[in-house]
Structures are given as C-alpha cells and as structure tokens.
Design a protein. Structure first.
Length: 258
C-alpha cells in the first residue's frame, strides 16, 4: 500500500499544479491514498469550501490544516460537516470541525488521519502529545494504519512527536515551515517520519510570497501586504510504503514534482 503526503498547498499556483499533474503522478506511483495540507490553499492563507472542492477533484482524499484554518469566515460553517477537512485536534473541543477521522483507501483498507498543531512559537492550545494519544485510542477501534500531520514551527517539537509515537502509528509528518527537510526515515518500531514535507507552490519565492516584498519587510520592519508568487511551481511531499500484512511502514521517500 502506498500513501502520498502533500506539503502545504499555497494559493492558486499550488492548486494549479495539482489540477494539471496530480492524477497522472498518482497513477504512475500507484498511490492508494492521498493526504494534503490545505491551510494555505485559499489566497495563501486559509481554506474555503470551493478551494477544498477543487482539491478533492484532484483526487485528494483528506485535507489537513493548521494555524490559518480559521482565516476564511466561510470555513467555520463547513468544517462542522465536512469530515474530509480536518482542523487540529488539540484545539478546544468546543470549536467546530473534526481533528481526526477514519477513511477508506482505494484498496479497501481503512486509514486514520490525525491533525495536530504545535505550541512552540505558536498560539496557546491544548497539549498535542496528550491529545494525540486520545485520538489514537479511538482510531485503533477501527484500524491500526494511522498518519499524523504535526503542523508546527519548531523542528524539535516535530521530532519529539515522531519518537513519542514510534510504533503507535504508521507515519508522522511535519508541515507549516514550507521547507522540505532531508531527514526522512523509518524509526526503530516501524513508524515513517519526516520533519517537514515542504510546500506545494511557487519555489521562486519566500515560502510562497513574492521575495522582494519579504526582503523589504526584513530591511525596513514596516508593515506590508504580501502577495503570492507564481514562478517555479512545484509539488513537494513524500510517499510512504506500507507492508500489507503487518500494516507497518517499510519505506519513506521525498517527492519533488516540478
């Protein structure tokens, strides 16, 4: 079984490359299930019902998110009913939406997906380490194939989560920084891990925005409106291969589709 993980989809350029390239890529790589982080898919910040539908039409099975999930007002209502779009599970339980769910892959197997948000250098939320164990306990009533998106700023927090969940889940992958890391590995108890799967969007940029504007902000410290870049658009992510008999990860490889 092969699962594709797609890094932060950023604005219209990120959606465009998926519309044009993803289905052929999935067929070539024999992908059974696709998870993508979509919290920057609407104008570079947030997700809307229409951008989510665009991505589902690209053959993506579930969309995860992060700290920008509430940026678009129209997202709040549809998150309460659309189980294919996850918000971080460690937001307070009273907020709309679902932090985890179980889905069916193309080969008929069930896959649990959990979305978490980090706390280091980010807003105050519930503990992701404690919350994820609650989610795992519920999911394991249905399946032991589980992937966890850790949307976090600090590499240390994401790496710690990987070790914390080694043997408990099939894969732990980081999102949020938009920069793909080169530390993909199978941990000792057969959990696939990578600190950050990167960004799906314009690489001729500073994490998706026009580089000239970001540089000016660093030089002047004055407030500026950052616009989406649109050149050298790529899809970054990873593919995890799972042994069909043990449901354990056997390999993880980085993806850079240009």
């Amino acid at each position: 079984m092969r699962v594709l993980l797609i890094g932060d989809i950023t604005g219209a350029p990120g959606r465009k490359i998926l519309k044009e390239r993803l289905k052929d890529f999935q067929k070539k790589e024999k992908i059974d299930f696709t998870i993508a982080n979509a919290e920057n898919s609407a104008g570079g910040s947030g997700v809307t019902p229409s951008t989510a539908e665009d991505l589902f039409n690209c053959n993506i099975d579930v969309l995860t998110s992060g700290d920008h999930i509430w940026k678009k007002r129209e997202a709040v209502e549809f998150l309460g009913s659309e189980k294919r779009v996850l918000r971080p599970a460690n937001y307070p339980d009273i907020v709309p939406g679902f932090g985890w769910n179980v889905y069916e892959a193309k080969n008929g197997k069930k896959i649990g997906v959990i979305n978490l948000i980090g706390r280091v250098f980010m807003q105050a939320v519930d503990c992701p380490f404690r919350k994820v164990k609650e989610c795992i306990e519920l999911i394991k009533k249905e399946t032991d194939i589980i992937f966890v998106d850790v949307h976090a700023e600090a590499t240390s927090e994401k790496v710690a989560m990987g070790w914390y969940l080694d043997g408990e889940v099939t894969g732990v992958f980081g999102t949020h920084t938009h920069i793909q890391t080169a530390d993909e590995k199978i941990l000792p108890k057969k959990t696939a891990f990578i600190t950050d799967i990167g960004m799906t969007g314009p690489m001729d940029s500073v994490i998706g925005r026009k580089k000239e504007q970001i540089i000016e902000r660093f030089l002047t410290q004055m407030p500026l409106r950052f616009e989406m870049a649109d050149k050298d658009v790529q899809m970054h992510g990873a593919i995890v291969e799972i042994d069909d008999s043990s449901n354990k990860a056997v390999s993880i490889s980085r993806v850079q589709l240009k």
